[in-house]
Design a protein around this ligand. Sequence first.
Ligand SMILES: [Zn+2]
Length: 238
Amino acid sequence: MLLPLVAILVFAAVGYGTLRLIDMRTFQFFGGLVDRIETDQKVVALTFDDAPTLQVTSVLQTLAQKNVRATFFEIGSAIEKYPQLARAITQAGMQVGNHSYSHQRMALKPFSFYQDEVDKTNRLIRGTGYSGEIMFRPPNGKKLVGLPWYLSQQHIRTIMWDVEPDTFEDTGASNGDANFLVNYTLEHTKPGSIILLHPFCDKVCAADREALPRIIDELEARGYQFVTVSQLLMYAKK
Ligand SMILES: [Zn+2]
């Protein structure tokens, strides 16, 4: 009677532990990852996931007006759908990262799946004319063993984030409220932060697009400077 109960509890604990590991923003088994850097300098990186979509144009306009360079994590299948917009991101001098080909969960899959997703998207990013380092951000931050192993073999860095105003659990349902996004970001950003926004979907993401110029202005007013993720890593204390 007792033994099955213990077995169930152990299973549940292992299952829960695995889920927690898949989602962790500060740990993975191989190669390490970056969610922010330690620095005394007021530098931060703005990052956007799920590019490109039709909304890229307005985000690039905002960044050009504010003279800010950001990092765009692109989905391979979306690059195939909107090749001109992917090229526009590269031509605007933005940093480009790999956000998988199909935006599926990057855990508990066959090893060849990770290889295909990473390699195909890297080729598509190079096809836009991008020549900088290509870093990787797993869709929804999910990874376990196979993906980190492959990325570490390929010397591809995994980039997470420490400030996510629009969907992060502890904020509750904040989508659709630009004021909330601005205030949350101002409250949580520290020197060396990596800020994640999702400005590229249609209606729900309008709040992110509305918040973007305000986040830039308010953080600059507080003395912050915006850099790409590559530049940010150079500020890390040794
Ligand atoms: Zn995503």
